[in-house]
Every structure is written in C-alpha cells, then in structure tokens.
Design a protein around this ligand. Structure first.
Ligand code: PMV
Length: 393
C-alpha cells in the first residue's frame, strides 16, 4: 500500500486572471500574479492511497463520497500525471493501482475564497508525491483542474505565464520570490455578511471574452505593464508600488466585469465602503499602506505589512464596529493587539462617523506563506484499510 498526505493553501491574485483563450486546456488571455497564503490559517489537505486490493477509484470530499470520473477536470489531472509517470518511472506498476482519495479544506465556506485553487493544487501535489513525480512540472497539471490552482503549486509570489503555444505546454506558473523574501507581507480577509449568489468564474469569464472590448485592451496593454511593475515592486520590497498596482488591478478587473453584457456584479455596497475606507487610510498615511483586492465575490482581501496590521485594525474597528469585537472569533488567525485610538485620532482621520454595524462576519489574519507540504503519514485522512477516518453521518 502506497500513501501520501499533503496540504496546500489558496492564493490571492494581485494581477487578476480573467478570461480563457482555450476553455478545455484552461489557457488564459493574460498573465496573472498572486501571493500564496500560509497553510497555517487556510489550507486544503489531501490523502491518497494506492493499493492492488482496491477494486475502484474512490473519492471523498469534505466527508462525503463523490464520483471521480464524472469530473472532467479531475480526470484530466489524473490522466496527465499518469502520462508523465509512463515516461519517467522505471517501475510503472503503481500507475495501474486504483486510488482512494480523501480531501478536506478548512476554509469557512463564507470566506468566499476559491477553495478550488488550494484543492486542485493539493490534489495534484499529493498524487505526484505518491508516484514520486513531485519534481516534475506540476503547475500545468494543476491548471487543468482550476486555472488559478497552478499558482498555489508554489509558495511566496507566483506568476502564471499565459504562454503562446496552442497545446498549453508553456502556460505554467513560476515563482517570482519565496515567502522568505518578504516575510512581513500579511493579509487580512474581511468576510462580509452578505453572501449573495454570484455568477461563477467560468461563466463570467466566458461572457467577458465574448463581449467585453475592455478585456482585449486590458490583456494587450495593461496587464503586461502591470506585471513588469509588480515583479519589480516585489523584488525591491516596494510596498507603495505593490499596493497601488494591486488596487488598480482589482478595480480594472471589476470594470471588465461591468463592461460584460449583461454585467457581472461581484462587489456590493459593503465592498465599496471598504475600498473608500482604505483610500482614506492611505491618504492620511501619505502613501499606500494597505491594498485591497476583490475576487469574484464581495469579500475584501487586504495586503499590508506586518507593522501596519495593529493600526489598520484599530481604525477598521472604529469605522466598522462589530458586536463580536474584540474576540478571537472575530479576528481569527495570527493574533493581533489593536492600538487604542484617541478622539483626536478619529477626528483627524476624516471619515464621517461609522458606516454600519457588523459589516464583517469576521476577519482572517494571515500572511504570504510556503507552498504545498507533505505531511507525516499519521496525519492521513485515510485509515489503514484505505477508507476515510471521518465521514459525515
Ligand atoms: O481559477 P478560477 O476559475 O477560480 O478563477 C479565479 C479568478 C479570480 O480569482 C477572480 C482571479 C485570480 O486570478 O485568481
């Protein structure tokens, strides 16, 4: 019996991927760039066991059995990796063993984070580890699961190069810098209470590619420039530039969504009030100290340096008061001690009174972290008989 257990984290794009030029191979119309989050706060965990006695491939997702072969994307990832195994492995017998796959993610569903990125990255990394192929090019395989998953194959700051070739072989992710290059880079995820159903990214992207003229201009003119500036900002640890491009990119991505016919609206009034607050915060600081970015949902992700977190949360709590604050349930993850603010601090900040109570359900405090990691076999989600240790009753 062969077994492997690994974990991987989601990533938050600062240069957004939006639009495919090939839907089946998941090839994007533009490059994108993200920070992979630390697995300490948010992660997907996958265990895979392969054995000669298994009679069929089986998969359990968050405690419930799902059918593997109905899922074309999962199937593509498995077949592609087995294809690499056929070429690289001396003993290929393991490639014929049936698989038991068990995967869980610890994300609060309301966090609105693309669990698919961490999930597919973790799945591909775990299967590659099981086969002894973890040093192969895995990003193009994770991409077949979910585009943004290719960036979660590495930690730190990662660029997904769109590539030019029709077969997608050059559409891969590369690490720009490891997390250790800029360990002060922290992230706050502001989970807003409103969880309205949104247009999924596959449909939103398809419509945008079909009919947004701005998307074409963005892909050819804006993204190449932003990507180069962003890479330099990361290498120079220049937060002001990093932050400004992050904000501009988020706004431009949502402008494309509005330019789509019919429009895809992901941000809501609460999202806009966060954006307004952050612009005021940066104006008062005299430079960009906090950078918001929104994906295909209403929750804000804020990049900021570690030494800014306490001050930022103090002002955030003042302008967005919450009945749960202060508590570990409200600000989860890395502990933070907000600074007390005086009346004059609040007056000079210049935003009129509080916006509304309980704007956020809770906040997750995390940081940019390492890529996927293999865990000890005793952390496996599968028991010695190859069935899940925890099943939903
Ligand atoms: O990989 P998908 O299909 O979940 O698309 C992700 C798209 C965004 O999150 C909005 C942007 C990005 O680059 O991650």
């Amino acid at each position: 019996m062969l077994t492997a257990t690994c974990k991987a984290a989601p990533n938050i794009a600062v240069i957004k991927y939006w639009g495919k030029r090939d839907e089946e191979l998941i090839l994007p119309v533009n490059d994108s760039l993200s920070g992979t989050l630390s697995t300490d706060e948010l992660c997907a965990k996958t265990s895979i066991t392969a054995d000669t006695t298994f009679t069929e491939d089986k998969m359990w997702l968050n405690g419930e059995e799902v059918t593997i072969w109905d899922n074309a994307r999962l199937k593509n990832c498995i077949e592609y990796l087995r294809g690499i195994g056929e070429k690289k492995l001396t003993d290929k017998s393991v490639l014929n063993y049936k698989l038991h796959i068990c995967s869980e993610n610890n994300f609060p569903t309301a966090a609105g984070l693309a669990s698919s990125a961490a999930g597919y990255a973790c799945f591909v990394y775990t299967l590659a580890t099981l086969y002894g192929l973890e040093n192969q090019e895995l990003t193009a395989i994770a991409r077949l699961g979910s585009g943004s998953a290719c960036r979660s194959i590495y930690g730190g700051f990662v660029q997904w190069k769109k590539g030019e070739l029709a077969d997608g072989s050059d559409s891969i992710a590369v690490q720009i810098a490891p997390a250790s290059h800029w360990p002060e880079m922290h992230v706050l995820i502001l989970v807003v209470s409103d969880a309205r159903k949104k247009v999924g990214s596959t449909v939103g992207m398809r419509l945008a590619v079909e009919n947004s003229e701005l998307l074409r201009f963005r892909a050819s003119h804006c993204v190449p420039k932003h990507t180069e500036q962003m890479k330099q900002a990361i290498l120079n640890k220049d937060f002001a530039t990093f932050g400004e491009i992050t904000i501009r990119e988020s706004n431009q991505f949502h402008a494309i969504c509005l330019d789509t016919y019919p429009p895809c609206v992901y941000m809501n009034d609460r999202s806009h009030s966060v954006s307004h607050f952050i612009h005021k915060y940066n104006e008062n600081a005299g430079e960009v100290k906090a950078a918001y970015t929104f994906d295909a949902g209403a929750n804000a992700c804020v990049y900021l340096l570690e030494n800014e977190v306490a001050k930022f949360i103090s002002y955030l709590n003042a302008y967005f008061p919450n009945d749960e604050s202060p508590s570990d349930e409200y600000v989860r993850g890395i502990p933070v001690q907000p600074n007390p603010l005086s009346n004059s601090d609040l007056q000079s900040f210049g935003l009129s009174a509080t916006i509304s109570k309980n704007t956020f359900k809770y906040i997750i405090h995390t940081k940019v972290g390492e890529g996927p990691q293999r865990l000890d076999n005793n952390e496996s989600l599968l028991g010695a008989d190859g069935t899940p240790k925890n099943l939903k009753s």
